[in-house]
Design a protein around this ligand. Sequence first.
Ligand code: M7G
Length: 342
Amino acid sequence: MADPSVQPGKRKREEEEKKEESVLAPGPEGDKAPVGNGTAASARFPFSGFRLQKVLKESSRDKIIFLHGKVNETSGDGDGDGDDAVVILEKTPFQVDQVAQLLLGSPELQLQFSNDIYSTYNLFPPKLLSDIKTTVVYPATEKHLKKYLRQDLHLVRETGDDYKNITLPYLDSQSLSIQWVYNILEKKAEADRIVFENPDPLDGFVLIPDLKWNQKQLDDLYLIAICHRRGIKSLRELTGEHLPLLRNILQQGQEAIQQRYQVKEERLRVYLHYQPSYYHLHVHFTALGFEAPGSGVERAHLLTDVIENLECDPDYYQHRTLTFALRADEPLLKLFQEAKKN
Ligand code: M7G
């Protein structure tokens, strides 16, 4: 029986905490695919040195910074030899079940000021509670540097014909490599991170935590479903023929997330990006309360809506005008602007 001396609010919080602890524990198939995988062993960056070239983007609100650096320089005289790398540093969200430890004992503190009942401090957390999520793209291509550089955005409206005449030829020559996608599908990378797989070559997919999620808390839950079938570039190429695949991703993806993380379907945002960065069909699953980058109306298309649109009209995405934003320096934007002048 519940302890009556505990306040109801506190008891509820404790119950929630217990639930939160358990949801991040491995599910029934946990031995095969542990949550939060990787190893605790210390690691090294895949390059040596790092000479900052440019801060590509930063956000004090999101506590994230995108850096472009030169690495592996031999001469050390800054003459530009060496390779390009992008390093993204992000302060991670608090983990509710651990945060109280920050205040236990005598934490390292510096007083900033104190006034009546108010005081502010700098608190220096112990090593285990002060990790910074670090994402490395190395070697980074010119396209990666552009992808992460803060830029003004411009809306474009693309008709079905624009896609065939302007976008598609451009994509074929310009899009980012999708080798990482094939590595996942062929179990050459991240195999131990797979949360669910439907192995059907036509209508199956792999569900895996997104690069952006550290899997330590559910607030920013983020997984992607990558279809096994090759050659479907994006939303634009979907037709009625792909409905079984899309229904599988929606239903089985939601079930797998409920089973593994105890997050129900009504707490999930399930959507496709148009345009995506990587042109192999994939679907994003994020926590509803998390404003994931790219979840705005000019880029995210809810999978439930996509399915219904295709049920009503199997060629819906062949002829609809689709709106998306392009960075100011993107050659595709220029192509659209020139085409619209004529
Ligand atoms: P997108 O809409 O093509 O591009 O989504 P975006 O990055 O502009 O959103 C691709 C998704 O795949 C993004 O959410 C990425 O964070 C994620 N992603 C990218 N890479 C290179 C990897 C990877 O190597 N592993 C995993 N698990 N996810 C990745």
